[in-house]
Design a protein around this ligand. Structure first.
Ligand code: FES
Length: 439
């Protein structure tokens, strides 16, 4: 019941019922209430630059084709043949004039219209001749709504959901730190990397939304230490202590960052990338561009999630969608972006450093995955699901709002943004109508 679902998240005390990460019935409801109603990241515009370019991906567990049209608009439709349900396109990406189902040969144009049915005349009676008739126009795949924000392509199945720009709420200035540094926009410098992690999608989404805590207290410390100069004195290495977290006014989006302390970003990305990101003409130009929104040049090692499954790390520049695969598994689909007008050597350095850090084989990605997999494994136990998890950092503390940054901010080592994410999760799960959910 809605009351029972709301009882799984106690926002006031910061308590989370662990069953939200492992229960099959809740997962089925997530597919319906969250993944069939939210704006989901499907790719970057740079993945499909030319008419006919397509990528096959997912919205929740539903396979979709994302395809650039001749008028340069983008369509997203269910990758499911209306005849007997085979996927329409089996390859991951390419350029197509049409899509032909490999089961019986029904063919669809790039807009998703059914245009050819083998033996149509011989096998079907004409619609004009009675109710049994067949009309190709009735048998196109389900179309999703599509919109873009600064190069990111989002899709949504729900006709009643708010427009993307309203859905993003007051989180856009924080997205712009990464996606709007230059009028040239961002460019994808890799394809799509895919990994399976046996854990619930919310562990990953929540960490990118709200959790700087793990990075400097424990999980990534070994990675940081291993990237120090051999002659560096460890006693000189200090944990960053100043920073903030932002909780969106609506929608469950969140982000966090350190203020002015570049040590963590140096350790992850090295001096070339950090100098490009924080000093020199490109950084100065970015600050002028973003200056009326927020002091981007002070923000370091930022993490961010747009609810539910679009996450990214400004400065490191990895972007990913956490595709759910049941309550106990997710698929990471990730890519790297850079300022489109960055020098070639900087683009290559971003590629190289991401491979070493936030990539399938990257040190930091594996630190994170190891934690999430172990937590999920523990949740197989009956008793392990019997007591709430603690998400109460910051509850009852004096207001730490930083007036230098827009919206509701708090201290960087906190869980205010996580509570915002689970508050929105709980509302989406328990409120069936957009009439009450709308921003
Ligand atoms: Fe696609 Fe039959 S399932 S043509």
């Amino acid at each position: 019941s809605p009351e029972e679902i709301r009882g799984l998240v106690d926002e006031e005390l910061g308590l989370l019922d662990p069953r939200i990460y492992s229960d099959q019935d809740l997962y089925e409801l997530e597919l319906e209430r969250i993944f069939a109603r939210s704006w989901l990241l499907v790719c970057h515009e740079g993945h499909i630059p030319n008419p006919g370019d397509y990528i096959t991906t997912y919205m929740g567990e539903d396979p979709v084709i994302v395809v650039r049209q001749r008028d340069r608009s983008i369509k997203v439709f269910l990758n499911q043949c209306r005849h007997r349900g085979m996927v329409i396109e089996r390859s991951t990406y390419g350029n197509a004039k049409s899509f032909t189902c490999t089961y019986h040969g029904w063919a669809y144009d790039i807009a998703g219209n059914l245009v050819n049915v083998p033996f149509e005349k011989e096998a079907f009676c004409d619609k004009k001749e009675g109710d049994c008739g067949f009309e190709k126009a009735d048998w196109g795949p389900l179309q999703a709504r599509v919109d873009t924000y600064k190069g990111l392509v989002f899709a949504n199945w729900d006709a009643k959901a708010p427009p993307l720009i309203d859905y993003l709420s007051d989180a856009t200035p924080y997205m712009d730190v990464m996606f709007d540094r230059t009028e040239a926009g961002t460019e994808v410098i890799t394809g799509m990397q895919r990994t399976v992690i046996p854990c619930n999608w919310k562990f990953a989404a929540e960490q990118f939304c709200s959790d700087m805590y793990h990075a400097c207290t424990m999980s990534h410390v070994a990675g940081v230490v291993s990237s120090l100069r051999p002659d560096q004195d460890l006693s000189d290495v200090k944990l960053p202590v100043t920073g903030n977290q932002f909780r969106a006014a609506w929608g469950g989006h969140g982000t966090g960052w350190f203020n002015d302390d570049f040590s963590l970003l140096y350790a992850i990305m090295g001096p070339k990338v950090v100098d490009y990101w924080t000093k020199g003409p490109a950084a100065e130009r970015a600050q002028v561009r973003l200056g009326n929104k927020l002091p981007a040049n002070r923000m370091v090692a930022q993490h961010m999630t747009i609810f539910p499954t679009c996450s990214f790390l400004p400065g490191i520049n990895t972007v990913r969608t956490w595709h759910p695969r049941g309550p106990n598994e997710l698929e990471v689909w990730s890519f790297i972006v850079v300022d489109a007008d960055a020098p070639a050597e900087i683009k290559d350095e971003y590629r190289r450093m991401n491979i070493m850090t936030f990539n399938q084989g990257g040190t930091y990605e594996q630190d994170d995955g190891e934690n999430w997999v172990e937590v999920q494994r523990v949740l197989r136990g009956h008793m392990a699901r019997s007591r709430p998890f603690c998400a109460s950092m910051g509850v009852g503390k004096p207001n730490a709002n930083n007036p230098d940054f827009p919206g509701k901010t708090s201290y960087v080592y906190g869980e205010e943004a996580a509570r915002g994410m689970y508050h929105h999760w709980s509302r989406m799960m328990s409120e069936p109508s957009w009439e009450t959910l709308r921003p």
